[in-house]
Structures are given as C-alpha cells and as structure tokens.
Design a protein around this ligand. Structure first.
Ligand code: NAD
Ligand code: ISE
Length: 333
C-alpha cells in the first residue's frame, strides 16, 4: 500500500520532491499540499490526482489522509510544522536547515525525545550521494589512515536575488558542515571565517574561506562561492596519515579531442545531486512506512545550525568562535 504524504512548501524543491515521489519512486501518493502562497498550493494540487490544498501546515498535518509529512518551506518556517508533526506522531522529512535558530532546534529535539523515538529525517542529501558514500567507505576501510584534514569546495553558478551574506553560511555551507561531521565522525569545536577579495560578478561578500576545528583536532577548510558562473562545482578531499582520497569528477565520459580534455560541469544542485535526492527519499519512505526515521537526525540538524551560528559570529567579528552544544540525548547516540 502507498504511503500518503502531505507536502508543506510547494516551491522549487517541494515540487521536485513531489515529482520524485510521484514519478520516480514507488510506494508514495501525495494526498495534501500547503503553501503560504495559496495560489501556488492550489496549482500544484491541481496537477496531482488526489491531493487537496490546505491553507496551513497545521491543517495539513491534522488531515486524516496524511500518513507522513514532507516539509520544504523556508528554513525559518520549519519549527512550528515540525513540532505539530511530532505531536501528531507522523514521520516527517524536513529540508535543511532544520531550523534557523538554536532555540528552535533545541525545542524540536526536546519534542522528539519526549515522543520517545525518531520521527524526523533532515534533508542533508550529500550523505546519500554515491560519491560521498564511496569517500566515507574508503576512509572507513583504513586505506588512507586516520583523517587529518578535509578540504571541501562548494561553488554555485549564481545566487538568487534574495540571497544574503548570512545565507552563504546558514543555507549553503551548512551542507559542508554536515558532511564534515559525517565523514570525520566528530563535532566541530571552533569556527573561523575569512572573506576573499569580493567577486566583482556578484554583490555578496564571497568567496568565503571557513575553517572548522574538529573536537579531535582534525581541520576542515570550506570554500563557499555563489557566483562562479561556469556551473556547480563540488569537491572534497580527505588527507589521511598514509594517503589521500578525493571525490571523483562526475563525468561518465572524459573526451579527448583537438588537443584538449573535455567533460561537463553540472549546471546546478538538481543535476549534481539527482541520485542522492532519489536515494534520500527512498530511504525516508522505507523508514516512514514503519512509522519512524533513519538518516540525518534532528541532532545533526541542530549541530549544523549551531556550527553555522558560530560561523556567522566569526564572519562578523573576524574572530575565532567556539561551538557549544547541549548534551547529546541518548536517542541520537
Ligand atoms: P522556494 O522559495 O522555491 O520554496 C519555498 C516555498 O515555501 C515557497 O513556495 C513559499 O511560499 C513556501 N513557504 C514559506 N513559508 C511557508 C510556510 N510557513 N508554510 C507553507 N509554505 C511556506 O525555496 P526552495 O529553494 O524550494 O527551498 C525550500 C527549502 O529547501 C529551504 O529550507 C532550502 O534551504 C531547502 N533546499 C534544500 C536543497 C538541498 O539541496 N537539500 C536545495 C534547495 C533548497
Ligand atoms: C540550496 O538551498 C541547497 O541546499 C543547495 O544544495 C546548495 O548548493 C545551495 O547553495 C543552496 O542555496
């Protein structure tokens, strides 16, 4: 039987997840949608065979035809819908960032802990990407020894009009923060940030160089850019005690002709991480059908937001900022 899903936030990625759940993956049906832009919700519902449009996320969560919830609204709007979904005991997929303040993240953790079992998966899709998974397996195999450093590069072709300097860290680099924690298996202790000479192609203070000091002494440097123009460029290299391991380029074919090497650069995150989003939602459906959640947790969402917060403090003060986390509840160990 299909899992009946309600989608809150029917913008860019909300619609892409609806496409994935209705056209790519088996086992799901969209029975409800909602968006603060009521017209957008209605027009998305009209394209689905049995979805109704609700005025609010709360109404959608209370709908008896909704077994599980997918939240793809703006980060600052996630908290009330997550709290309502947890209170209703409905498995939920929530796009990153979990929430935009640490207070909101802690309230979500408290609600899930009080519920007694995991219900929420957070949309850190890199953990499902075959390239990052291969990088982690290589590290775990011992082939390069213990990790000392991780170099992470996150370059976007262009930034949407509403983008701000803060979003460079809180919305974009938050992926690198999460994947660093996942690859290295430790939390972040401190963050420093430097802005390079400004890219004259854009209006934002980028590129940024973000330095994470992990709790075991490993270091991570993150280059984040949102105006490189030529495409979407994601790189990662772990330096270990006996070797290095790097993400391969994503081309199935490397062309050599007319005295040159050629391969395609993905245009955007939809293209680069297409397979990762599919696996991420497939794994969510499997866990949600059993009433629970696996994968990136609300703890991971909280740790990423707390680290991004330290990054924002470091960006403003030009000083190293410490990351202080609450004690990790047993539910997330
Ligand atoms: P978007 O602006 O295209 O869509 C967001 C939608 O949410 C809009 O239609 C907006 O009207 C709606 N919305 C806002 N507040 C709402 C509320 N309280 N209730 C219902 N609807 C509400 O943005 P987007 O690019 O689709 O991003 C949405 C979320 O997904 C963000 O958290 C973003 O960080 C995340 N995202 C993740 C990835 C990824 O790679 N994992 C990629 C893109 C976006
Ligand atoms: C966007 O919200 C994402 O999550 C993408 O994965 C990221 O590359 C982009 O920079 C963000 O704005």
């Amino acid at each position: 039987m299909s899992l009946r899903i309600g989608v809150i936030g029917t913008g860019m990625i909300g619609q892409d997840h609806i496409r994935r759940l209705t056209q790519v993956l088996p086992g799901a049906r969209i029975t409800a949608v909602s968006d603060i832009d009521a017209e957008r919700a209605r027009s998305v519902a009209a394209l689905l065979p049995d979805a109704r449009a609700h005025a609010t996320g709360a109404e959608l969560i209370a709908d008896q035809t909704v077994d599980a919830v997918l939240i793809a609204s703006w980060g600052g709007a996630h908290e009330p819908d997550l709290l309502a979904a947890i209170a209703a005991g409905k498995p939920t997929f929530c796009e990153k960032p979990l929430a935009t303040t640490q207070t909101a993240c802690r309230a979500i953790i408290a609600a899930e802990v009080a519920h007694g079992k995991r219900l929420v998966q957070v949309g850190f899709m890199r953990r499902f990407d075959p390239y990052y998974r291969a990088l982690r397996s290589t590290l775990d195999s011992g082939a390069i020894g213990a990790p000392l450093m991780f170099h992470s590069v996150h370059r976007n072709a262009s930034a949407p009009g509403h983008f701000t300097d803060d979003l460079l860290i809180a919305d974009t680099a938050v992926h690198d923060i999460d994947i660093s924690r996942w690859l290295l298996g430790t939390e972040v202790a401190a963050v420093s940030v430097l802005a390079a000479r400004q890219n004259s192609r854009g209006r934002l203070a980028e590129p940024l160089l973000i330095l994470l000091e992990m709790t075991d002494g490993a270091l991570v440097d993150i280059e984040v850019s949102v105006n490189i123009g030529f495409g979407y460029d994601i790189r990662g290299e772990i330096v270990g005690e006996t070797g290095t391991a790097a993400l391969a380029e994503t081309n199935p074919v490397l062309l050599k002709a007319e005295g040159a090497f050629r391969g395609a650069v993905p245009a955007d995150w939809q293209t680069r991480f297409r397979d990762a989003y599919d696996v991420e939602l497939r794994e969510w459906l499997t866990a949600a059908a059993q009433g629970g959640a696996t994968g990136p947790s609300v703890w991971d969402g909280y740790a990423a937001t707390a680290t991004a917060d330290a990054g924002l403090r470091a960006l403003r003060s030009r000083a190293r900022a410490l990351v202080t986390l609450i004690e990790r509840p047993a539910l997330y160990t």
